[in-house]
Design a protein around this ligand. Structure first.
Ligand SMILES: O=P(O)(O)OC[C@H]1O[C@H](OP(=O)(O)OP(=O)(O)O)[C@H](O)[C@@H]1O
Ligand SMILES: Nc1ncnc2[nH]cnc12
Length: 177
């Protein structure tokens, strides 16, 4: 069976969470399957090989899971981007809207070195609001945004087009709905 089919078989749809009308893609069953996680990391490493990354920035909370495993696997720094108020040192901040609300995220002001080639990783690409805000933080820090990677793309929402238009970078993902 293809990896994308295995992933889709394992993801659980939760209707009307966190709001009526949203079909929530729950990745926790994937995390209970270490063999599948291994295969996904192997695939992501292959997909990202040509980017010559200096760091991976990922968004709290679900983006941390594969973002951290991937950064470790590629032997590059992991840069946490957190919801506002959670990081202890001086931060830069970006507000954004997502499929079900608005929020603000932050990154430590010294987390990235100017000129670093940085990938933004998250679990789900929906409207692209979260990943776009993370990409803005990367650019404000003087680093180069060279890619977006996701586990899931929700293609009935405009996230992929939004990111391509705003940043000139084609998002990569393992499965699409
Ligand atoms: O493309 P968008 O419309 O921005 O939506 C995608 C974002 O929504 C979810 O995060 P959420 O804010 O629910 O946080 P969590 O990871 O802490 O659950 C998901 O993990 C992405 O970060
Ligand atoms: N439908 C969805 N499922 C899981 N995470 C999401 N983030 C934004 N939309 C989502």
């Amino acid at each position: 069976m293809q990896l994308s089919d295995k992933i889709k078989q394992t993801i659980r749809d939760v209707r009307d969470y966190p709001q009526p009308g949203i079909v929530f893609k729950d990745i926790t069953p994937i995390l209970s399957d270490p063999q599948l996680v291994n295969e996904m990391i192997t695939q992501l490493k292959t997909d990202l090989k040509g980017l010559h990354l200096d760091a991976i920035a990922a968004v709290e909370a679900r983006g941390f899971i594969f973002g951290a495993i991937l950064a470790h696997a590629l032997n590059v720094p992991f840069i946490p981007i957190r919801k506002a108020g959670k990081l202890p040192y001086k931060t830069i901040q970006q507000e954004y809207s997502l499929e079900y609300g608005t929020a603000a995220i932050e990154m430590h002001e010294d987390a990235l070195q100017p000129g670093w080639r940085v990938l933004v990783h998250d679990d789900v690409l929906a409207t692209g609001g979260t990943a776009g805000a993370a990409a803005n933080l990367v650019r404000h820090a003087g680093a180069e945004l060279v890619g977006f990677s996701f586990i899931i793309n929700l293609s009935f929402l405009p996230g992929e087009l939004n990111l391509l238009h705003q940043f000139g970078v084609n998002p990569q993902y393992l499965v699409t709905y």
